[in-house]
Design a protein around this ligand. Structure first.
Ligand code: TYC
Length: 138
């Protein structure tokens, strides 16, 4: 009994060859999700599900727009606080927007980008500034 269980687990002969083929075919997906060494335990059936698990979300640019009234320092502060820019990067992005009309504040999945725009408009509105931002495909 114990001998049989051990033997079937080790998968000798054709079964072993099948496991090795399956392992070769799905090496990429398994190494992404589970790390090396699990090929022999999962087989080809898991490949689809693992691919879905590791799929990256679509990304979107949050575009900040120029206007004639929002103070430059307010825009710099927003870029630092909401978009995690360093002071130098925030100033660079602000000047890019000031001179060219628009610039990328950050790149995020859709829900995060929406929240950033909502927060930016709320902060600006509360401070009495017309600063606006929009979302575009990255
Ligand atoms: N143009 C504004 C000014 O001269 C500054 C500004 C920069 C406003 C970037 C908005 O997204 C903006 N005070």
């Amino acid at each position: 009994m114990r001998t049989n269980a051990t033997r079937s687990y080790r998968a000798d002969g054709p079964a072993r060859a099948a496991l090795q083929r399956a392992g070769r075919n799905m090496r990429y997906a398994v190494s992404m999700a589970n790390g090396p060494g699990r090929q022999d335990q999962t087989g080809g059936a898991l490949k689809e599900r693992v691919d879905e698990q590791v799929k990256e979300p679509a990304l979107y640019n949050v575009i900040i727009l120029n206007d004639d009234y929002t103070p430059m320092q307010f825009v710099v502060d927003v870029l630092e606080q909401l978009f995690q820019k360093t002071p130098a990067e925030a100033y660079r992005v602000m000047m890019q927007v000031h001179l060219n009309g628009r610039g990328v504040a950050g790149v995020y999945p859709w829900e995060v980008a929406e929240t950033k725009v909502d927060s930016l408009v709320t902060l600006a509105c509360d401070a009495g500034h017309p600063l606006q931002a929009t979302i575009e495909d990255a």
